[in-house]
Structure formats: structure tokens, C-alpha cells
Design a protein around this ligand. Structure first.
Ligand code: PMP
Length: 356
């Protein structure tokens, strides 16, 4: 007996490959996670919800929307939360795209984009990054057609690290037809220190077709609980909430997210440590002779034609390899870890260069 086949587009979907588990948790620098354990106060408030998990969670995600509203000074109806920002992106594309539509992104960029676009039946139009690993917004504007429904701009870009400049993104958005949604994916925004970097929320306030994607997985350290959200025009947020499977965000996750917003100052100190770790990694690797683009995220990018071999050589430090030539986005992405994990990474990178 044969089983029914999925829609033909599924043949073209690569499937998401998660980062390799490490032998030692501290050396897992492959998934851009927060190296610090959750704050005790956050764990406590999340754990208190466990006593009620016989009940479905609040489907309206009211507590979290209210907390985000206070935190970002936006009305509650501008938010749509989901099971990680990747799920919010899937729901958004489900709501706005179908066969015959086009979605434009830079490439190389976040690996979930081709999957999220392709499952809708829409066509993924990819625009190569510039040689300096930044978005080529002129080429992306040129790739927009009357079939384009959505453009995704990832800033800082995963996996290469640089941001899009605010003035460039503003010009780009202003020149686009307002019928095209612009998703500014700010998964790593809390790690940005470049004053010229794009500020998605400022643009969202001025352009109704702009929306911002954010997550609790990175700076807030809740990757395992799966909470992300968008900030957008109330009609866009409402459409995405409709497309989101019911009860996506558990009460445990909502409680942890709200507690994390309440502890924003304490978490900001950890983010600062990661930013300092990033500077040390960039400096240390460059001093060894590696060429790296700037990074404004919690990871650094080593362009290489031999990504998989490099990742193998860096073991037991687990990093994320990207196969292919540098021009096609080949290389290795290294998440910033604890001080000792960063030192270990510098050590394996140096040994690789000297062949020891
Ligand atoms: N956007 C980008 C650019 C990312 O790198 C990631 C995580 N790797 C996400 C979105 C999704 O994060 P999450 O689903 O954990 O919120």
C-alpha cells in the first residue's frame, strides 16, 4: 500500500537542520542560543504555571500582549505572538502568500525562509548578499515584481552578522509599493550596538506595510520555550493571529516571557557580556589571520569554501557549517558563548591554522 504524497512543492523543501549537539553543553556554539541559564525568578514564575497544565493556555495571549504593549509602548492589537518568531513568520506567509506569489529575501540568510515560503506554494526569490556579506537592497528592490507580496530583511543577518543601515532601509521601504509587506526580522536586535543600524520599530510606526519580527529565544534566553511575536499594523497582526494554530503559546511560556520583560535590566547585563564576547572573538580571530565581516548579533561568521571541514576541525566546539563557495554563502557560524567557550574556540581556530 502506498501513502498519499504531499503537494509537489514538498520535494523542493530542504527540511530544517538544527545545530549539532555538543559533547559539552557549554561548547554548543551552533544555534545562536543564550549561553546563560534562565534567571531563577523567570523559572519560578514559569514553574508556577505547571500546576495548571491540565487546562489549555489563554488563547488570546492577553498577558503577553499587555506586557509587550507596556514594554514597547504600542497598542495591544499591534502584536501577534506564536511558537517562536519562526512560527509567526510561517503564519504571516500563510496569511499573505500562495501559488503564483513571490517572496523576496537576501541569500544567504536564515535557513527557515525557503521552507516557510515554499510550503505556501509561493516562489522564493533570492538576492545574493554583497561581497561584504550585507544585504544588497538595490538588487532586492529590482527583484520586486507585481507578484511580490512580501520582502524579508534580516538585520542583523543570520548567518553573516552585519546589519542593514537605517537610512538605506528607509529609502528602500519608501520606494516600494505599499502593497508589499516588508518583514524586518530583528531576532538579534538587542545585541546591536551600531548607531546607524536599522530601527524596524521606527519604520513600522511610519509605514503600515512594515512589520517587525522579534523573539524571546536569543537575548531573553528562552529558546526552549518557543515564544516570538510581530509588531505590525493591527490588520496585519489580526490576520496573523487568525492564521496561527490555537493555543500556540503555552501559559508556561507566556509567564516566562512576561517575567523576562520584567527582568529586562538584569538580562541586558548578560546581553552586554555577549556583546563583549563578540568583540573578543572578532578581535582574536582576526589577529590569528581569519577574515570576518562585522557582526552585530550573538554570533560571528567565518567565510570559507570549506565550511563542513572547518566545523569538523573545530570539534569538540560545535559550530554551524554552511557548505558551498564563499560567494554562495559558504562558511562557518560561531555563536558567542561563555568566556571559556570563546577561549576554547579561539584555541581550536588557532590550531587549525597552524596545523597542530
Ligand atoms: N529569525 C532569525 C533571523 C533567526 O536566526 C531565528 C532563530 N535562529 C529566528 C528568526 C527564529 O527564532 P525563534 O523561532 O526561536 O523565535
Amino acid at each position: 500500500m502506498t501513502v498519499p504524497s504531499p503537494r509537489p512543492v514538498f520535494d523542493a523543501i530542504p527540511g530544517y537542520k538544527a545545530g549539532r549537539p555538543a559533547e559539552h553543553d557549554e561548547l554548543k556554539l551552533s544555534s545562536n542560543e543564550n549561553p546563560f541559564p534562565p534567571l531563577p525568578g523567570v523559572v519560578e514564575r514559569a514553574a508556577a504555571e505547571l500546576a495548571r497544565i491540565n487546562r489549555y493556555p489563554d488563547a488570546g495571549v492577553a498577558r503577553l500582549h499587555a506586557a509587550l504593549s507596556r514594554h514597547l509602548s504600542r497598542p495591544e492589537d499591534t502584536f501577534a505572538a506564536g511558537t517562536g518568531s519562526v512560527a509567526v513568520l510561517f503564519s504571516l506567509l500563510d496569511a499573505y502568500c500562495g501559488p503564483g506569489d513571490e517572496v523576496v529575501t537576501a541569500w544567504r540568510s536564515f535557513e527557515a525562509y525557503p521552507i516557510a515560503v515554499t510550503v505556501t506554494g509561493a516562489t522564493h526569490v533570492t538576492v545574493p548578499l554583497r561581497a561584504d556579506h550585507t544585504h544588497d537592497l538595490d538588487a532586492m528592490a529590482a527583484a520586486v515584481t507585481d507578484r511580490t507580496r512580501v520582502v524579508v530583511v534580516c538585520t542583523p543577518n543570520n548567518p553573516t552578522g552585519p546589519v542593514v543601515r537605517h537610512d538605506e532601509l528607509e529609502r528602500f521601504v519608501a520606494a516600494l509599493p505599499s502593497s508589499v509587506l516588508v518583514v524586518v526580522d530583528e531576532a538579534y536586535v538587542e545585541f546591536v550596538r551600531d548607531p546607524d543600524a536599522a530601527r524596524g520599530l521606527d519604520l513600522q510606526a511610519r509605514f503600515d506595510n512594515v512589520l517587525v519580527l522579534r523573539t524571546f529565544s536569543k537575548a531573553y534566553g528562552l529558546a526552549g520555550l518557543r515564544v516570538g511575536y510581530l509588531v505590525g499594523h493591527p490588520d496585519v497582526a489580526a490576520a496573523v493571529r487568525k492564521a496561527t494554530p490555537p493555543f500556540s503559546v503555552s501559559d508556561v511560556a507566556q509567564a516566562a516571557a512576561v517575567a523576562s520583560l520584567d527582568a529586562a535590566d538584569e538580562l541586558a547585563a548578560r546581553v552586554e557580556e555577549v556583546v563583549q564576547g563578540r568583540a573578543l572573538l572578532l578581535e582574536g580571530l582576526r589577529a590569528q589571520g581569519w577574515t570576518l565581516p562585522d557582526s552585530q548579533a550573538n554570533f560571528v561568521w567565518l567565510p570559507s569554501d570549506q565550511g563542513p571541514q572547518l566545523a569538523e576541525a573545530f570539534w569538540p566546539v560545535a559550530v554551524r557549517p554552511f557548505p558551498g563557495a564563499v560567494a554562495d554563502g559558504g562558511g562557518v557560524r560561531v555563536s558567542v558563548g561563555t568566556t571559556s567557550a570563546n577561549e576554547r574556540l579561539l584555541d581550536v581556530a588557532a590550531r587549525h591554522l597552524t596545523g597542530r
